[in-house]
Design a protein around this ligand. Structure first.
Ligand SMILES: Cc1ncc(COP(=O)(O)O)c(C=O)c1O
Length: 342
């Protein structure tokens, strides 16, 4: 039985929420990119679109603008007044929590792991501007540093919250994208998109949330998720199935996610997380020149390299409408500036 849009809406309305984002985000054509590919002799689908989740607004925007509306509300509901996060130098999540904490009047510590001597630019610079307390440390000490901050904050009479310890932080990303599903159904109706759709994005909670929405609405929406770092596909599939079953329970849905629900492409992840190859550089330049659209080297550039690569290889059904999910991540482009300058 199809789950109604109303059921999703009511489920979302029942969750505490702290407004951070400009929603709905636009759905736009990628006609000039499509034309550039046609000019190369590449077989392309009739329609290529982009869901502009880079335009959520706050702190340069991104998919996590959707996620953290639920997370910040959850922290406030728990009566916490200090958030401690552990994340990588390149982390967009670190930036969004800084923004959310600033807006909600929460104290924020980011334990920024790895690349401890890399310049203070991109996301980390923005964290600093938004009042974050930054602690840089090699990854193996991240947890230890966070526990120490936790103890100090408690001793000072504050109520700290270590974000990676809370399972809610894993499901809110999927929940945020149930709402993107609602938006997209309406946008497809307005734009006359009929027939099969393939969403193209990155391996993570967002695209999984979208697939969960589609599966429970019996929509002909398939998903391709490109990997951007090492990490076993099976581990992701297991984590996704666990998260999905929690969301199924929360929203009283019919279907959870199985391992074959998302197509996962490993070929475009490059040498490592935060390390790009030539295909990513080409994809970012090509989309910039064709569309005036900026992608980032750690995430969306890898997904776009995947889309262009699979189109060139003739592996995408021309009957589908491709919808590229632009999930943001732009500030970190500047940490890679040297790779784009001849
Ligand atoms: C810009 C961007 N896109 C996509 C992802 C994929 O993960 P998720 O969907 O869980 O946010 C990330 C993860 O950090 C990200 O920063």
């Amino acid at each position: 039985m199809t789950i109604s849009q109303e059921q999703f809406r009511v489920g979302l309305e029942n969750l505490p929420r702290f407004k951070l984002s400009h929603l709905n985000t636009p759905l736009e054509p990628l006609d000039r990119l499509r034309q550039s590919l046609i000019d190369e002799g590449v077989p392309v689908p009739n329609r290529m679109l982009v869901k502009r989740d880079d335009t959520t607004g706050l702190a340069f925007g991104g998919n996590k603008g959707r996620h953290f509306e639920f997370e910040i509300a959850h922290v406030l509901e728990g009566g916490f007044n200090t958030v401690i996060n552990i994340n990588h130098y390149h982390s967009n999540q670190a930036r969004f929590i800084a923004a959310g904490c600033a807006k909600a009047g929460l104290k924020y510590h980011i334990v920024s792991t790895d690349m401890v001597n890399a310049p203070m630019t991109g996301n980390l610079l923005l964290c600093k501007l938004m009042g974050a307390n930054i602690h840089r440390t090699p990854a193996e000490y991240g947890r230890q540093v966070a526990e120490k901050i936790f103890a100090e904050e408690e001793e000072a009479g504050r109520k700290p919250y270590i974000l990676p310890n809370d399972p809610f932080a894993d499901v809110m990303g999927m929940i945020g994208f149930l709402e993107a599903g609602l938006e997209l159904e309406q946008q497809f109706a307005d734009a006359g998109v009929e027939g099969p759709v393939r969403f193209w994005g990155l391996k993570g909670r967002s695209i999984a949330g979208l697939r969960l929405y589609a599966k429970n609405r019996y929509l002909n929406w398939q998903t391709t998720a490109c990997q951007y770092s090492s990490g076993k596909v099976e581990d992701f599939q297991k984590a996704t199935a666990d998260r999905a079953s929690q969301v199924v329970e929360m929203f009283d849905l019919e279907h959870s996610l199985e391992s074959d629900d998302l197509q996962i492409l490993e070929d475009y992840r490059g040498p490592a997380y935060g390390v790009l190859d030539d295909r990513v550089i080409e994809a970012i330049q090509m989309v910039g020149k064709a569309e005036g659209l900026i992608l980032d080297p750690n995430y969306t550039g890898k997904a776009m390299a995947g889309l262009i690569g699979e189109l060139r290889a003739g592996r995408i059904d021309p009957e589908v409408t491709i919808v590229f999910i632009h999930s943001g991540g732009l500030p970190q482009l500047f940490a890679h500036a040297d790779k784009f300058v001849d």
